[in-house]
Design a protein. Structure first.
Length: 392
């Protein structure tokens, strides 16, 4: 089909929940995508932080196809090897104790919220179920994770929302203490706020929150749906902060493009979600887990150091361009935010760059770059040249 035919068919038959860029994509190779007419696009988006191995990765495609031919799905009523092996690797590389696999970020966060409330219920009974989240956060699109999201604009249309969330300002221990109370069971945060605009939390703040949680027997819940799986240059962002959260959610990059997510819990929380308390039909799917194993094999410590180096390179080069609409950059590893100056429009900028062959994202008040972790220097330089040409 041509791009136009794909667009027309989409408009006719798919709900209009997305404001799409006017580009159809097929196929991709490395960090370069093509439209059906053969035009190339350098990809600084990874399908929103998902395709960490880029496109057309041979080992990844082989693992998926081999596993699909052996066993595509059998449910969690039986044991399967790929998920067990993936869980072992995640625990050994992070110091967490056990994993529950699900399918998407919002669903993983629902599981994390359930775990926190049940931990408290088992120990203290009812009335201690409030979770403090941060202003400007993003935690998902289910009824409960929408209200966990600390942005008023998401608390609309779908009333009534779930009770039991309060908000505190990021990087302010005073604000967190003001939100405290006998009804609290947990604090939930993204260590680098993603959708909110790529805003890393301060290390001293995160460590102080961890300490406060220990004092009050609140669980510290890290939403690493976007920051996890190598994005920040460590396997998980909490490893940049030298803390071990009680529960960590992950999703986007875990299987390199197949739908998979999950939560990891520490030893204290290992048995909170016992038999019958939580489940999901597709969770721990063997094909997704086989893809996840290839991601883990690729993300060696040396590879992750290289992710940090690539992120530094990209940020330095962008700042050196001194583009009239761009201010400072921020972020961690290959999760990069660019400040957009007053008078410039982030959506217009994104559209212009895409028109000229560079795919980018926006987040909060600025631009957001999430390139595939395997992006080459040559591809980064091509992207930078398009930026200079389009916005210089
Ligand atoms: C993307 C994202 C989610 C939601 O994930 P879905 O897979 O879209 O449900 C939740 N939290 C964070 C931090 C995210 O970036």
């Amino acid at each position: 089909m041509t791009s136009q035919q794909i667009k027309d068919l989409t408009h006719q038959y798919i709900m209009t929940t997305y404001g799409r860029f006017p580009v159809a994509i097929d196929p991709g190779r490395g960090a370069t995508l093509y439209d059906p007419e053969g035009n190339a696009y350098i990809d600084f988006t990874s399908g929103i932080g998902v395709c960490d191995l880029g496109y057309g990765n041979q080992a990844w495609a082989d693992a998926i196809s081999d596993q699909a031919k052996r066993l595509g799905h059998v449910s969690n009523l039986f044991y399967t090897e790929p998920a067990a092996r993936l869980a072992e690797i995640l625990c050994k590389r992070t110091g967490e104790s056990c994993v529950f696999f699900a399918n998407g970020g919002g669903e993983a966060n629902e599981g994390m919220i359930k775990l926190a409330r049940k931990y408290s219920f088992d120990k203290y009974g009812k009335g201690r179920s409030t979770i403090i989240t941060l202003n400007n956060s993003f935690h998902g699109r289910t009824i409960t994770t929408l209200v966990a999201t600390g942005q008023e604009v998401f608390h609309n249309y779908f009333f009534p929302f779930t009770e039991g969330f309060r908000y505190a300002d990021a990087n302010s221990l005073e604000s967190l203490e003001a939100a405290a109370g006998d009804d609290v069971c947990a604090v939930m945060m993204e260590l680098v706020q993603g959708e909110g605009g790529v805003l890393p939390l301060d290390k001293t703040y995160v460590q102080a929150v961890k300490k406060l949680c220990e004092e009050k027997d609140w669980l510290l819940l890290a939403d690493e749906v976007q920051t996890g799986v190598g994005r920040t240059g460590k396997l998980f962002a909490f490893q940049q902060y030298d803390i071990l959260p009680d529960v960590v959610s992950f999703a986007k990059g875990i299987a390199g493009g197949l739908p998979m997510s999950g939560i990891m819990a520490n030893e204290k929380c290992r048995n909170v979600l016992g038999p019958g308390t939580h489940a999901t039909t597709f969770g721990a799917n063997p094909v997704c887990a086989a893809a996840g194993l290839v991601v883990q094999e690729t993300l060696t410590d040396a590879f992750l150091e290289d992710v940090q180096a690539k992120g530094t390179y990209l940020r330095n080069q962008i700042e050196a361009l001194h583009l009239p609409c761009f201010g400072q950059t921020r972020g961690m590893g290959l999760m990069i935010g660019i400040e957009v100056k007053d008078g410039c429009n982030k959506s217009e900028i994104a559209n212009k760059l895409i028109e000229n062959g560079l795919l980018v994202l926006t987040a909060g008040p600025g631009m957001r770059l999430l390139p595939p972790l395997v992006i080459t220097k040559e591809e980064m330089d091509k992207g930078l040249a398009i930026m200079k040409e389009t916005l210089g």
